[in-house]
Design a protein around this ligand. Structure first.
Ligand code: 5GP
Length: 186
């Protein structure tokens, strides 16, 4: 079978699409460590539940969780977002958060990237409506120029331009998630 991935030091091809290096693993690690310290300070007196949005956030969440030196639960949700012909997108929880993990709990949602904001502008208010004591958001990346729905990001890694990126959990048709750094489409 032909390998769908080809890597050289300066260029990567996934499913025939070319990417170039954008952000080094070391740069990401330094920022994630800072976010972890900030989160540990802010949650010093409460025990949060980290709510990891599958699949893209898994790599970021694994590093972020280990950078937060506090007792903390980790839970996983799977959301699907599609716009259809409507201007407002529909967001479905394919793997939802259980009620007992929501009611009265301090939730820290972890997302890989906020793009249009469609997914989180529906999901975060839903958690509040279900009785969460607090809901905050940690996102590795944000594309402010792509925003259609406002989303408040409490802990942000980096703002990036409106380009397509892969790596560090983010995929192009399921490839690229295991790249240690972030690459941008050419
Ligand atoms: P939003 O609802 O904010 O438009 O979409 C967020 C989701 O779209 C992210 O969680 C991610 O799965 C996907 N996404 C948005 N931009 C990118 C990108 O540049 N690269 C990849 N791989 N996924 C993206």
């Amino acid at each position: 079978m032909e390998n769908a991935t080809a890597v050289s030091s300066e260029r990567l091809t996934l499913h025939g699409k070319a990417f170039r290096p954008y952000m080094a693993a070391k740069t990401i690690a330094e920022r994630v460590a800072e976010l972890g310290q900030q989160i540990a300070r802010d949650y010093a007196h409460v025990e949060p539940v980290m709510v990891v949005v599958l699949k893209g956030s898994v790599v970021f969440a694994a590093d972020l969780a280990r950078a937060v030196s506090l007792p903390m639960e980790m839970e996983f949700v799977r959301l699907s977002s599609y716009s259809g012909t409507q201007s407002t997108g529909v967001v479905k929880a394919l793997q939802p958060l259980a009620d007992e993990l929501c009611e009265g709990r301090h939730l820290l949602v972890v997302e890989d990237i906020v793009d249009t904001g469609t997914t989180l502008s529906k999901f975060l208010p839903d958690l509040k409506a279900r009785g969460a004591a607090s809901v905050k958001l940690a996102a590795l990346l944000s594309k402010p120029d792509a925003r259609l729905h406002e989303v408040e990001i409490d802990y942000l890694g980096f703002e990036i331009p409106n380009d397509f990126v892969v790596g560090y959990g983010l995929d192009y048709d399921e490839l690229g998630r295991n790249l240690p750094g972030i690459w941008v489409a050419e």
